[in-house]
Design a protein around this ligand. Sequence first.
Ligand SMILES: CC(C)(COP(=O)(O)OP(=O)(O)OC[C@H]1O[C@@H](n2cnc3c(N)ncnc32)[C@H](O)[C@@H]1OP(=O)(O)O)[C@@H](O)C(=O)NCCC(=O)NCCS
Length: 200
Amino acid sequence: MIPAVDFSTPNRYATLPPPIGKRFAARATPAPQGEQVRAHDDRELLLRTIEPGDVAALQRCFTRLSPEEIRRRFLHAMSELPTPMAQRLCQIDPVRETAYTLIDESIQPAEIRGVGRIYVDEATDTAEFSVLVEHDWIRVGLGALLMQRLVDDCRRRGLYELWGYVLLENRPMLELCRELGFSRRMLPDEPGVALIALKL
Ligand SMILES: CC(C)(COP(=O)(O)OP(=O)(O)OC[C@H]1O[C@@H](n2cnc3c(N)ncnc32)[C@H](O)[C@@H]1OP(=O)(O)O)[C@@H](O)C(=O)NCCC(=O)NCCS
């Protein structure tokens, strides 16, 4: 069953699939904390779950987003990522949430370049996703990598469906989801927003 629209879930304030095809699978190497992944342009990032110590990096990442990226990710305008919200996003409940970050360790302090998150709805055995990739890092496979990892995580959890709201103007995300096999449904009460879903 597809849950009713609820824009208040914590996931709305968060944000990457295994690779489309096999492009990342062949290139990921396990590391002690997370794994090193290589984007299509050969830049390397650390993929790991989010940690409480990521608050400042998440807030810095937010300041690098354009108003349009913020609106596409959170579905409304936001001028800042308040510390309590950033803390909430970095302190996940592993029973109900998974949040992967892509960490750029080539600079100090290390920076977050992408976040992919799910929030599980135990009542419906489904999970809502969100994903974000910083603009200097788009179109090199990271959005697909994060989304695929979220799909894998949902399958490990035995969930029935992964779903999310995407603005109809958000062609990159709609195209990414289409490539990953998600279906699209219009919402009569929410013009401009599509419900994207993948049966697992
Ligand atoms: C949407 C978003 C996550 C895509 O991330 P990305 O890292 O650029 O995606 P990828 O490089 O993995 O692209 C995967 C596929 O998506 C599609 N795609 C991505 N960007 C696209 C664009 N600008 N135009 C058309 N298709 C696009 C393509 O099919 C692409 O495959 P290809 O590169 O082999 O053609 C990123 O643009 C973003 O963070 N946007 C702002 C936040 C947002 O919209 N989040 C989604 C709401 S939850």
